[in-house]
Design a protein. Structure first.
Length: 123
């Protein structure tokens, strides 16, 4: 299995996100954790039954857990408050997520720097 499709998708999403953050005056391009997880290749699994909700609640909220099944590692991220779901992804999806978060943070820093320069220029 290759990581190219995930990396290509992450690159496109991060480029669009960076462009929107740097050029948008309102900064509404900030993505939620769920959007970033899905863009990175994580699959959301909704807790649609009481048993699934109980299982979801057994995980620490909003934290990554590394698990293994059949000797293959995967990550679980529980979101019981917002989507009432778990996101499940591979190691490559987790790496893509970390990259997107870093790129989003860098884009926000650039925007804040630009806003600061604009504010100082208005004096």
């Amino acid at each position: 299995m290759t990581d190219r499709p995930i990396r290509a998708r992450a690159s496109v999403v991060s480029f669009v996100l960076l462009t929107q953050l740097v050029t948008s005056p309102s900064g509404h391009a900030q993505q939620t954790t769920g959007q970033l997880l899905i863009s990175s290749g994580f699959n959301p699994i909704a807790a649609t039954t009481p048993a699934m909700m109980a299982r979801l609640m057994s995980f620490p909220a909003n934290r990554f857990l590394l698990r293994q099944k059949g000797g293959r590692p995967y990550y679980v991220y529980a979101d019981p408050d917002y989507c009432k779901c778990m996101y499940v992804g591979s190691e490559s999806a987790y790496a893509a997520y970390k990259t997107l978060v870093q790129q989003q943070d860098e884009a926000m820093a650039l925007r804040e720097e630009r806003d600061s320069e604009n504010f100082q220029g208005d004096k």
